[in-house]
Design a protein around this ligand. Structure first.
Ligand SMILES: C[S@@+](CC[C@H](N)C(=O)[O-])C[C@H]1O[C@@H](n2cnc3c(N)ncnc32)[C@H](O)[C@@H]1O
Length: 241
């Protein structure tokens, strides 16, 4: 059960912090042009693209019990280089240019055990009900951070339904670390300073502190098994899995 009172509280705190809402963030000069981004990402190849994917994703998916891996917000399918052999790969995105590159790349690298689906991150189980409860690893890399808090919340609800009982979420999203989120950055972006021990608020449409992510995930019945600081990767499981 999603703790909606908590989501309301995070939204309120986030606004108190003066964080721009996603809509504001996206209205300004920060709007991301996904078609252009697709052209840029299509030109990327290993080894430079696989540094963190390799170390973490390969290991976390390299188990016999892991049969199906879903890459939500797959972009041009860069994750495929780091997938252990013998899995079924499902890439999901809503941008057509990303989708056509992802199809080419994943088929070239991994062959026919790949499927590319078009969907917003909030509605995958509605669009593809056959996938309910079938995903052993659901990976989201730099996707939720581009979405509003409410969209992220809905997406997490959907991920819970898609994951198999022992399924796990690998989440690498914008995360505020004391090391990187310095006083200078607070001043530059006119954000208030963050209390990293207690802060739960979101900043810039989805950037949480580590504790913020943990609490937000808990409000969606997920618990963090491990947090890998160097890449800000959260390894997460269902509480009642
Ligand atoms: C920065 S790219 C990351 C691509 C890939 N995960 C990677 O790490 O190489 C973000 C991707 O998320 C997709 N995306 C963002 N918000 C989305 C949403 N609400 N529904 C579906 N796709 C979304 C974009 O289309 C884009 O392809």
């Amino acid at each position: 059960m999603v703790n909606s009172a908590y989501i309301d509280q995070v939204e309120k705190r986030s606004l108190e912090l003066g964080a721009p809402t996603f809509e504001k963030f996206n209205d300004g000069n920060n709007t991301i042009k996904w078609d252009e981004e697709a052209e840029r990402q299509w030109k990327l190849h290993p080894p430079e693209t696989t540094q963190f994917f390799d170390k973490n994703v390969y290991e976390l998916c390299n188990k016999k019990s892991v049969k199906t891996v879903m890459d939500v917000g797959c972009g041009t399918g860069l994750l495929i280089y780091s997938l252990p052999k013998g899995k079924k790969y499902i890439g999901v995105d809503q941008n057509n240019t990303m989708l056509s590159y992802a199809k080419m790349r994943t088929e070239q690298v991994y062959g026919s055990a790949t499927q590319i689906l078009k969907s917003p991150i909030t509605d995958i189980s509605t669009g593809y009900p056959d996938l309910l409860g079938t995903i052993d690893r659901l990976v989201t890399f730099t996707v939720l951070q581009h979405n509003h808090l409410r969209t992220t919340s809905k997406a997490l609800e959907d991920f819970y339904k898609l994951l198999s009982p022992k399924g796990e979420l690998l989440l690498l999203e914008g995360t505020l670390n004391p090391e990187t989120y310095t006083k200078e950055i607070c001043q530059k972006y006119r954000h208030p300073e963050i209390d990293f021990d207690t802060e739960i608020g979101a900043v810039s449409g989805g950037y949480f502190t580590v504790n913020g992510w943990k609490a937000f995930l808990a409000a969606h019945d997920f618990e963090v098994i491990n947090y890998i600081k160097e890449s800000t990767l959260f390894h997460v499981r269902k509480v009642n899995g």
